[in-house]
Write a protein that binds this ligand. Structure first.
Ligand code: FPP
Length: 248
């Protein structure tokens, strides 16, 4: 069997059982992938973009409804300035280049995060793709960009506090549904599976509210090496788990 045959066989096996609706990924290890090869870190991010493209295609082949990718966190601003600006431009160019493929796949792009705080040119480029794909009904790719889980919760609490202040909501009536609805992910089901590449056992301020009952999977594979088969294997692992949601 060639690797392509193996990948197709794996896809067929996992598709024979219910697949998750929503997978979220912390794409980690671009820097280590590059330094391990004596390359500048940005070379790792470029490979990371290729991996992201592969995974979007694989998610579509799986029939996933939502794929969330952690592209840039609020903490990432503290990296060296040249890495931050190259990363911003790379993300904007990469998203722009994907527009034809998103249209062909009927896929939609949404952004989670405080995009009003990113450079105007980058924001415009990404907003354009969000706008052009807004009516597509296939896979939704949620790009967490200038995203922080605690910031998201603070924004939600502020919105709810404003509703209380306006007399539209009583504090004792605030429900989980109200909080979920005030998050950037309003109307998106919580992730069924969260994958983190490159072996770190951390959540890193990602989707703090939404992952309450999410299955976690950490793989040692560095993000640029993470391929379609790795995603299908993660789904196969997910299918073996019994989700109890706190029950017995
Ligand atoms: C982790 O590597 C990755 C990032 C900081 C985010 C950037 C992600 C990409 C460029 C992938 C493409 C994504 C999209 C949505 C097109 P790291 O620098 O933290 O690696 P290290 O932990 O080895 O230093």
């Amino acid at each position: 069997m060639t690797p392509t045959d193996r990948e197709a066989a794996l896809l067929e096996t996992v598709r024979a059982q219910p697949v998750p609706e929503h997978i979220a990924i912390i794409m980690d290890g671009n820097g280590r992938w590059a330094t391990g090869r004596g390359l500048p870190r940005i070379a790792g991010h470029r490979e990371g973009v290729k991996a992201a493209r592969t995974i979007v295609r694989a998610a579509d082949a799986l029939g996933l409804r939502f794929l969330t990718l952690y592209a840039f966190s609020t903490e990432n601003w503290s990296r060296p300035l040249d890495e931050v600006s190259m990363l911003m431009n790379l993300l904007e160019r990469s998203v722009h280049a994907e527009l034809p493929e998103f249209m062909a796949r009927n896929a939609r792009l949404r952004v989670l995060g405080q995009t009003h705080r990113v450079p105007a040119g980058v924001r415009r480029g990404i907003d354009h793709v969000v706008h052009e794909t807004r009516n597509n009904t296939g896979l939704t790719v949620l790009m967490a960009f200038n995203y922080g889980g605690r910031d998201e919760l603070l924004d939600a609490f502020r919105a709810l506090a404003r509703q209380v202040q306006a007399g539209e909501l009583k504090p004792e009536d605030i429900s989980e549904k109200d909080v979920s609805g005030a998050l950037y992910t309003a109307d998106v089901p919580d992730p069924d599976l969260l994958i983190r590449t490159s072996g770190e056992m951390r959540i890193s301020n990602f989707l703090l509210w939404q992952i309450a009952y999410t299955e976690l999977l950490v793989t040692p594979v560095l993000w640029p090496d993470f391929g379609a088969s790795d995603l299908y294997q993660a789904v196969a692992e997910f299918q073996k788990r019994t989700r109890r949601f706190g029950k017995v």
